[in-house]
Write a new protein. Structure first.
Length: 172
């Protein structure tokens, strides 16, 4: 496995439509493994092949329930809506309000090229829609309602206040 470079907003490859995967080759298997490693290293919940410079219809997602590998995914149904902050590994440190379906049904092939179907709600539905958009050359920034803003990480604030408290305690 290897970390791959994540392409950033403005890179022309992110605007292109991806080609289908005809069969699972060693090269495609390696791509999937590299994408998972890259996604976890970047602390993301999803990654699409064009984000690492490969124009193939492959996405990986993990919202905390273990990895989901989707090859040649297609949305079959969408229902309802949800609006919330959305970010992207191709635009680190930024987020914006995006409305997505609250429920999706999709078909795809897994890493063994077995046809699968999934129904997903809330965060997983959002992640599937977000990653499938990448396969069509679209990014969430085109859907943002309002302004894109800096992401504030709560755990960073907690760490700083704990450090400040420890330092203050040492001074007394």
């Amino acid at each position: 496995m290897a970390l791959r470079t994540i392409r950033l907003l403005g890179d022309e490859i992110l605007k292109k439509t991806c080609r289908e995967v005809a069969s699972m080759t060693p090269r495609t298997s390696q791509l999937i493994e590299d994408m998972l490693e890259t996604m976890y290293h970047a602390e993301g919940v999803g990654l699409a092949a064009p984000q690492v410079g490969v124009l193939r219809r492959v996405v990986v997602i993990d919202i905390g329930d273990g990895p989901l590998v989707m090859v040649n995914p297609v949305l079959l149904e969408t229902e309802g809506e949800q609006t919330g902050d959305e970010g992207c590994l191709s635009l680190p440190g930024k987020a914006g309000q995006v409305t997505r379906p609250n429920h999706v049904k999709a078909k795809y092939f897994d890493k063994d090229m077995q046809e699968c179907e999934i129904e997903a709600d809330e965060l997983l539905a959002r992640a599937i829609c977000h990653e499938l958009d990448h396969l069509e050359g679209r990014m969430y920034v085109d859907l943002v309602e309002g302004e894109i803003h800096d992401v504030v990480y709560e755990e960073d604030d907690e760490d700083e206040s704990e450090e400040d408290g420890a330092e203050a305690g040492e001074e007394n």
